[in-house]
Design a protein around this ligand. Structure first.
Ligand SMILES: Cc1ncc(C[n+]2csc(CCOP(=O)(O)OP(=O)(O)O)c2C)c(N)n1
Length: 256
């Protein structure tokens, strides 16, 4: 028997993650984030009881990969669509899956007002510090000095302002009960991201209000670096601006 045949499979594909080749670039974080969400849906038996809202952005066809009920929202409108769906179907677990262009730029209004109303929805915010789908333009979360197709000399704080910390901003709102920022870097951090997603779902299951998990996610194509270097870049550069950890928790007694 060859060595490889002796290997045992420790983790299979979650049933709700369709056996389909994705359109994501090599090293993109969306595939990992999709998998984490689908693992939780499988593990917690949520498949028949969940509605996801797909964004506009690289994850626009997330419903091709996730075998759950999903609705497409216009760019940035996912929290408004989620509000309607949750109010009509209060027993369903409703989540949005949004990029930083979607949530922090065009959809900032929807996100702020849904959060301020304390809608009982879960927001999964994939922050890759650029507009991925349309060619790597500057997003509100782009780092100072970062070169993008619309900031070829680097983001300039005097004309574009500093990066917008959406999670901290939303955490100031009274009816936002749980906010955590995670990163897709090492297996340990990826596992933390998974538990954070589970937590924002739990907030909703326990009818506690608005919860958001921000996930710092690699975009090797528009960061113009090999996938293997993205983790280091996240740890060394992104976390200086977007520190990881629990930003707000008034939902649960435990602090972890
Ligand atoms: C109303 C509207 N404005 C602009 C666009 C163009 N557009 C499509 S995706 C996108 C940016 C997406 O970036 P982000 O939300 O960060 O997601 P990513 O692609 O990086 O995952 C933009 C501006 C659009 N589709 N609809």
């Amino acid at each position: 028997m060859t060595e490889s045949k002796e290997l045992t499979l420790k983790a299979g594909r979650p049933a709700t993650l369709l056996e389909q080749r994705t359109h994501y670039c090599p090293g993109c974080g969306h595939g990992t984030a999709h998998r984490l969400v689908m693992e939780i849906i499988d593990e917690d038996g949520l498949r028949e009881n969940v509605i996801g809202i797909a964004p506009v952005g690289c994850a626009v066809v997330a419903y091709h990969y996730m075998d759950i009920d999903m609705v497409e929202a216009a760019h940035g409108r996912a929290p408004a669509v989620a509000t309607g769906l949750k109010r009509v179907h209060p027993d369903k677990l409703v989540f949005t899956y949004q990029g930083d262009g979607d949530l922090a730029a065009i959809g900032a209004g929807e996100a702020i007002h849904a959060a301020n109303r304390g809608e009982n929805i879960s927001v999964i915010f994939i922050n890759n510090i650029c507009y991925g789908m349309t060619g790597g333009q500057m997003a509100p979360t782009t780092l100072v000095g970062q070169k993008t197709t619309t900031s070829p000399y680097g983001r300039n704080i005097s004309t574009e302002g500093p990066p917008l910390r959406v999670s901290e901003l939303l955490a100031t709102l009274e009816r936002v009960v749980y906010v955590e920022r995670c990163m897709l870097t090492t297996p340990k951090e990826i596992r933390k991201a998974k538990e954070a997603i589970r937590k924002v779902f739990r907030v909703q299951q326990e009818k506690k209000g608005f919860a958001l998990v921000e996930i710092l996610s690699p975009c090797p194509t528009h960061w113009r670096m090999p996938p293997a270097e993205c983790g280091k870049f996240i740890e060394e550069k992104l976390t200086k601006v977007f520190p990881v950890g629990v930003i707000k928790n008034t939902a649960f007694a435990e602090t972890k």
